[in-house]
Design a protein around this ligand. Sequence first.
Ligand code: URA
Length: 233
Amino acid sequence: MTNAKYESLVTQIKICVQCDLSKTRKQAVPGEGSLNSKIMFIGEAPGASEDAEGKPFVGPAGKVLNEMLQSIGLTREQVYITNIVKCRPPNNRDPNPQEIDRCWKYLEEQMSIIDPEIIVTLGRHSLGNFFPGELISRVRGKPRRWKNRTIFPVYHPAATLHNPRLRPALQEDFQNISSLISNFNSDIDAKTSKDQEDLQLSLEFNTNHTSTPKEPSDTQQKVSKNIKQQRLI
Ligand code: URA
């Protein structure tokens, strides 16, 4: 899908010089995936491989993320993947508050364009930008609301490479993401079929209570337009 607003945002990110990370990066890493997806994965910042390729999560951590997605029947192309900070911090240090602050508007714009229902925060740094002070080990795998969206915190895929004992927890959390998606989709399907039934009944009422067949009213046309699939994936 092409989206002029999104393309212009990507261009802005690629030429951004609002913080010193622009001086050491090879290239900025805006993010990638489906703009229609209702699920967005947000990591911390690009590493060396991402900096070289201009794509998020393409190094060792990305390999784990791909495996986790695959384990629940998803591909990278079906979701949207990005980071809190779009440029690699030197030597993979944590991004500092000023860098995060300067970059936050880009993430906000991505959230506004893609409008995800579920945001999966990858790791404690990403989580900390939505819920400051929360401990990842305490809140991981527990969905919670943030500005009309569901935030689902999980361990960072790279953490499972340093500490393989965290991998089962990450696997379990991805299974729960899958259930969250299924539940959301079932609710949408039920609502869609109820809206369709209601529209059908009101169209039939129109036909049965007038001598001459009527065109659908403005309201009926509006309802019909709104009955569209809004499934997560
Ligand atoms: N770690 C991150 O947080 N993001 C990436 O894109 C790669 C590694």
